[in-house]
Design a protein around this ligand. Sequence first.
Ligand code: NAP
Length: 250
Amino acid sequence: MGEGALQGKIAYVTGGSCGIGRATALCFAEAGADVAICHLGDADQAASLVQAVAARGRRAFAAEADVASPAATRAFAAAAEAALGPCDILVNNAGINLRGPFESITEEIYDRVVDVHLKGMFFMAQAVYAGMVARGHGRIINIASQMALKGGPNATPYCSAKAGIIGFTRGLAWEAAPKGVLVNAIAPGPIDTDLNRDRVEWRKMMVETLPIGRLGKVEEIAATALMLAGPGGDYYVGATLSPNGGDIMY
Ligand code: NAP
């Protein structure tokens, strides 16, 4: 167990069983943090994540919790605190994308996408915020998307929710920074995960048009989260960092 940037910290990562959340949980464990994750349904992946964190010499906790439910986020936070201790770093990462042309989007689809992303991140943050304020320190990192910045077809609920996450990040950052809690967002570009694995044509098009000529790797988003979570993030407040292979330059 070396002296990493997150030595002795406790991180909660929503949607930590696979993709960007899993890579972030492992990266944080390698940097010295104990990690609690929640996930939705894939218990095998969650169990393998717990093993992988333990193999890095850190404690891990996993629970099934649908972040769309504020009660479930509060229950996950309470269980994670009982298992590992209070949250130093929250990575609000859990996400889905239900796609379709605007005219086909039902209230049910809209509610699900917005509830998982925006409502989920809002109330998950609220579940750990009071403790962070009481201790005078904390980091909250919300995973938005480049789709919040550039939009894209057949994803109006997703674009709406992700833009809302950036607004939420900025709003909370104002309240939280004076209390020692730094709130920031990451807006990844196209990353190679299960979320887009079946979108073969879209992936090909992205590879052909991105300046960097490839999709992003989950570890590249985890590296940005690590920077924000550790000492390198000490002066970031309400920022949206965008590792996106050059898809949007700003
Ligand atoms: P992924 O590989 O599909 O992983 C999603 C994770 O979230 C899984 O652990 C899943 O758990 C969990 N999850 C899904 N719905 C949940 C819910 N309601 N409650 C709790 N956990 C839930 O996705 P990813 O690509 O890593 O995406 C992670 C985040 O990055 C999302 O917010 C996504 O919008 C964002 N993002 C992704 C990309 C990209 O190109 N991949 C780009 C920009 C932003 P189970 O497996 O147990 O269901």
